[in-house]
Design a protein around this ligand. Sequence first.
Ligand code: PMP
Length: 431
Amino acid sequence: MNRDKSNALYDKAKNYIPGGVNSPVRAFGSVDKAPIFVDRADGAYIYDIDGNKYLDYISSWGPLIFGHNDPEMIETFKSSLEKGITYGVPSYIEVDMAQEIVKAYPACEMVRMVNSGTEATMSAIRTARGYTRKDKLIKFEGCYHGHSDCLLVKSGSGTLTFNAPTSLGVPEDVIKDTIVCTFNDIESVKSAINQNKDQIAAIIIEGVPGNMGVVPPCPDFLKQLRKLTKDEGILLILDEVITGFRIAYGGVSEVYGIEPDMVCFGKIIGGGLPVGAYGGKREIMQVVSPLGGVYQAGTLSGNPLAMHMGLKTLQRLRENPSIYSELEAKAIKLEQGFKKNLSDLGLNYTITRVKSMISFFFAEGEIANYQDVQKSDTDKYGEFFRFMLNKGILLPPAQFEGLFVNTAITDEELEYTIICHKEALKAIHNI
Ligand code: PMP
C-alpha cells in the first residue's frame, strides 16, 4: 500500500505542529513511522490522501456511533448551520439537550455543557471539592480522564503509550491531593480512605476502563465502591465519556446498577462535534456558578451545532434501543472470531469485551488492572497494527486503546476483519 503523500505530509506537519499531530496517539508513534492523513470519510470507511481505503475501528475514538456521514446526521448538521453557528446567549436547544440527558440518566438531575471530556472531568472535580469542602481525590491507575493537571497521574491512553505516567509541567503541589488506587481492588480503596480519613472529596472512575484497553470490572467491584463512598461521605464520579450512551443508553450506571453522585460525558453526546458535559444530583450541581460559588464557564459551551448533533444522536439511540444489541452483536462476532483464530493457532492472548467495547491484548491471562495490561507485548501489537493497516483495516494505533464499532460496519466487514486477524497472527508468529 503506497502512502507516499501521507509520509510527505507528516514531514511537513512536523514543522508546524508538535509531533505533526493535534493529539499524541494520532502520531502512530508506537506502531508505525508515520500516520495516515485523512482526505475524507464515509460510512464505515476512511480514505487517506494517497487514495487508500480503510475500514475504520476508531470511529473518531467513540463519537461516531452511526459511522461517518450518516445521512440523518448530515441533515441535522445542515439545518442547524442555517440557524447560525454560535450565539453567546442561551438557546432553546441547550435546554432540550439538558432535558434529554437528565431523562436518560437518573443520577444526573442537572447538567452543564462544556467543550471536551477533559473540561467535564476537571469541572466535576472542582464542583465535588467545592461541595464537600475537601481537597483530596482518588483515581485509578490506568484510567484516563483527560489532561487536566490533577488527573494526569498514572493515567491511561496516550500517557501509557508514550510512557509518561505523569506529565512534565504538572507541579507536585497540584497532584499532592491525587491518590491513586488499583482498579478492581476494593482493598486498595479502603486503605487509601483509612489513611486520609474525612479528607477525600471524590473518587473518579471509568466504570469500564477503555483507556488501558478494555478492562472489565469484577462483578462486585463497582457496587462495593458505591457502598463504600456512600458510607464514607465521598462523592462517586463516574466518567462516562466513553461508556455513556455507548454500552447502554444509561451507560455504566444502567448496566451495573449503580447511581453515582456525579457523571461526566463527552464523545457520543456531541455527535462528532467538540463537546463534554458534567452533571449530578441537584444539591451538588447547585454549587456551580451563577447559582453557587464554584466557577466554571465557556465561550462556546452549549454550542448550537454540537447541541443539535448531540441531541439528534441521543434521540435516535433512545428511539431505537435495538442499536445496543446490534452493536454488542458486532463486538461478540469479533470476539468469537478472534478467539477461534487464537485457539486454531495455539495462541493464548486475551480478548476482553464489555457490551460493544472490545480489545485484544498481546498478553496472556486475566486482565483486571493496569499491572496486567502492562504485560502486553507492544512490539507485537505494532506488527499486528501494520499488517492490518496494509489489509485496509484501521485499528487504534496503540495497544492500550479499545476498538470502537459503529452501526455502519457490516457483517461482511467483520468477517473480513476476522480473516485478516488470523493472517496477521500467522505472519507475526511465523506459523
Ligand atoms: N474521560 C475519558 C474516559 C476519556 O476516554 C477521555 C478521552 N478519550 C476523556 C475523559 C477526555 O476527553 P477529551 O479528549 O474530549 O478531552
